[in-house]
Design a protein. Sequence first.
Length: 241
Amino acid sequence: MHCKRYEGKIIAKNYNTFRPRYPESLSEAILQFLDQKLPKSFSRKLALDVGCGSGQSTECIAPFFENVIGVDISKDQISEGRKNNQFENVEYLVGSFDRLPAKDNSVSLVICGTAAHWFNPIDEFYKEAKRVLIPGGCIAIFGYSNSFISGLPTSLNNTLNVFFQTIFSKITTEIPKGMENLLNEYQDFDIPFEDVIRSNTLSMSKKSTFNSYVGFYKSVSLYRSYKEKNNKDPFEENTKE
């Protein structure tokens, strides 16, 4: 089943504008693991970013590979990625997790940034990843879910975090199965590969205004689902309250 929760030009633009970029520490951790499995003459050839959205995770690894392909089911997300692409070695293609646009044994690294929870059934993704990966190639699944505000006076930090936590509680009253996996930090994923490691030590941050942080929340599929179902904007509700 192909999930199109991020289709639409406005959604794609907001996604690209308000979503945070992944930190260098993430690409460093991935490459360190990959280089243990493959010599650099093989490990830095071709990488595939599945569920790339508008390219946040693609950009994270682009400087380190000869070629990178970003794949997403949403044509609008791909269009946004192409429009903002600053890497000559990156190509964005419309495609799905169960039919990856790569030949057998041709890819050194497959990544999924805050996307794998929407792959249903995910076993089809694992099957495709095994098909395209060269012997010794690796897969990296990562994501983020919870966020909080810091860097302001303590009282203001607390006030804003309570405000946004109230919004989060409203939009998560009904959580689709895919989102449950993300909120659970992918702990329920049974990854059928050898030498699987897990890390919860990485973090990411972004300087943000109040309005851009609201924009981040509005780029989340749970926000749009809540608004469509209840015909209400949770931010307007909470402001009135």
